[in-house]
Design a binder for this molecule. Structure first.
Ligand SMILES: Nc1ncnc2c1ncn2[C@@H]1O[C@H](COP(=O)(O)OP(=O)(O)O)[C@@H](O)[C@H]1O
Ligand SMILES: C[C@@](O)(CCOP(=O)(O)OP(=O)(O)O)CC(=O)O
Length: 203
């Protein structure tokens, strides 16, 4: 298991090309890599899938057509693994995490969210990234039957109480205000956690 327990876990979700990677990179920079790590549930999935199928793992981590051409079969394989063990990819993703703040950048299923809430009940912040279909299309998204109408993209459309929703349609000033609000929420949750554990807040 992990060598340290996290103080805060940000559970990010959002549709393809909504900006999950873009925003989590921005947030990690604000929090610094010393304090915050980005963990992807899809990373261990892609690593094993690439090994099993003699594919390029780095290309699967990318954002090009290579990944898209294997997405459907990766989804199929990933869901089979989750049916056997819903926490399989969650445990692998956090295995080497040491920073106090974790960003899980790609939650897709209720089982992902439920696993983290069960393991780290009082430390999770659920964040939804939203962008219009027009914006997503401008970023290269095209609706794909069997992908965009399936659990991988729709599994968290209902039934989740998000702590924060980021509208990411491109207006930098609107985004900046939302990032500041989210960082304030993170700080307040940390202070609450510290108070509960009698830890003096950092200056
Ligand atoms: N607010 C933004 N401003 C500029 N480019 C953005 C913004 N949000 C997303 N992008 C760009 O849109 C594309 C998709 O974003 P990405 O974070 O990869 O989406 P996701 O991880 O949700 O599929 C990337 O090229 C990214 O750099
Ligand atoms: C099989 C996947 O894990 C592939 C996810 O790949 P990315 O996380 O790269 O996807 P986006 O960034 O949203 O485009 C999806 C799943 O249902 O597990």
């Amino acid at each position: 298991m992990t060598s340290t327990q996290p103080r805060i876990i940000l559970l990010f979700s959002g549709k393809r090309k909504s900006g999950k990677d873009y925003l989590t990179d921005l947030i990690q920079k604000r929090l610094t890599a010393e304090m915050c790590c980005i963990l992807r549930l899809s990373a261990p999935l892609k690593q094993q899938y690439a090994k099993d199928h003699s594919l390029d793992y780095e290309e699967l981590l990318g954002s090009g057509q290579y990944k898209e051409s294997y997405r459907a079969d990766m989804i199929r394989w990933g869901e089979m693994k989750r049916q056997q063990d819903s926490g399989f990819f969650c445990r692998l993703a956090i295995k080497h995490a040491t920073q106090p703040i974790w960003i899980i950048s790609d939650c897709r299923r209720m089982s992902d969210v439920q696993w983290f809430h069960e393991e780290f009940s009082d430390r999770c912040i659920c964040v939804r990234v939203e962008a219009s279909e027009q914006t997503r299309s401008q970023r290269g998204w095209r609706f794909t039957t069997g992908i965009d109408d399936a659990e991988s993209e729709c599994g968290l459309d209902e039934g989740v109480k998000f702590d924060y929703i980021i509208r990411n349609d491109g207006a930098d000033d609107v985004l900046e205000k939302q990032l500041e609000d989210l960082l304030s929420l993170i700080k307040s949750r940390e202070d609450e956690s510290n108070a509960q554990n009698n830890i003096k807040p950092e200056k």
